[in-house]
Design a binder for this molecule. Structure first.
Ligand code: AVI
Length: 326
């Protein structure tokens, strides 16, 4: 098993951090939450009473796995974006008939190597083609040295919610292009619901989400030459009803200057850094978002309509971002 690597470098991180903090409204890319500590904190979030998405999605998968696997069909090359969800992927690996191979794509090589080694032990006959890449950007699949019938992308966790609407559209276009003819997408999409449920999910009582949010600054301090003081920022998350999204921010507690490499970034007291959007869709709004490239073939939801798992098929004549069609 060889691992193809398109890992992000410290220079990439530095230029992304500076570009984002120099915008009129300061922001940071939410993918920077996920260093080792951030990934552990996110795992803890997933187990919180208030954070319903993970357990709800898992239950939807368990309840409907046979139907999902049958829709994906024989000879699928399964591509998982963000290969952290080993329990959910195992459900698919166990059930898809005649699976041709599995391509886990993850930004962290350490994480990817660990999960592939365990999978290889448990699934000795499975062909695994790991790829270290930032799937929020263009990436190319590793060479697949065996025949397969069609590709299907698995993108769980409602990570699509962390993209802005134009980013989500552009991303879906790239996925359609990657999958090509007869390609499919199984995607977890969090649903719009009562503001109280949503705000509690991002402001848990134990303060794990607050620590997760602040950890983005520690991650940046560890990667580039910066001196963010975590005690001088506050976690703030709320549901923006009009935009149908949770917004996470870090608010500066005082006037302060932060050194980042050779640059100085000034924060006024009360000024905020946007760290994450988490869009909440209706079934209609998501189908519309995807409609340039995908047709929604099947939607599974839980009894309380909290979360959805959806099966989409690439539209045969969809126009791709570079103007190509199928
Ligand atoms: C990864 N992503 C789907 C999570 C979400 O709910 O938007 C990240 C998260 N942020 C705070 N809590 C969880």
């Amino acid at each position: 098993m060889t691992i193809k690597t398109e890992e992000i470098t410290q220079e990439d991180i530095l230029s992304e951090v500076l570009d984002n903090l120099m915008m009129p409204v300061k922001q940071l890319p939410s993918k920077l939450f996920y260093d080792e500590k951030g990934s552990r904190l996110f795992d803890k979030i997933c187990e919180l009473e208030e954070y319903y998405p993970t357990r709800t999605e898992m239950q939807i998968m368990i309840d409907n796995i046979e139907e999902m696997s049958a829709l994906l069909g024989e000879g699928t090359l399964l591509i998982e974006l963000g290969s952290g969800s080993s329990l959910k992927i195992r459900l698919l690996l166990d059930n898809i008939p005649g699976l041709a191979g599995y391509v886990p794509v993850d930004i962290s090589s350490k994480h990817l190597i660990q999960s592939c080694e365990t999978l290889k032990e448990d699934y000795p006959h499975l062909d695994i083609f790991p790829l270290v890449a930032d799937y929020t950007k263009d990436f190319e699949l590793p060479e697949i040295n065996k025949p397969f019938d069609h590709k299907a992308v698995y993108f769980p966790g409602s990570t699509i919610g962390n993209f802005t609407l134009p980013q989500a559209k552009e991303f879906l276009g790239r996925i359609a292009k990657l999958c090509g003819k007869n390609g499919g997408l199984i995607i977890g999409v969090d649903l719009k619901k009562d503001k109280k449920i949503l705000e509690e999910a991002y402001n848990d009582k134990k303060g794990i989400t607050a620590t997760f949010n602040l950890n983005i600054l520690e991650h940046i301090n560890n990667e580039v030459n910066s001196n963010f003081d975590l005690n001088k920022f506050l976690h703030f998350a709320f549901f923006n009803e009009d935009a149908s999204r949770i917004e996470m921010h870090l608010i500066s507690k005082e006037n302060q200057n932060v050194k980042i490499d050779g640059s100085i970034i000034h924060f006024e007291k009360g000024e905020n850094i946007l760290t994450e959007y988490s869009y909440k869709y209706t079934l209609e709004s998501f189908a519309k978002l995807a409609s340039d490239y995908f047709e929604v073939r099947k939607v599974w939801v839980d009894d309380d309509n909290l979360f959805s798992v959806q099966y989409l098929r690439v539209k045969p004549h969809s126009i791709l971002p570079n103007g190509e069609g199928f």
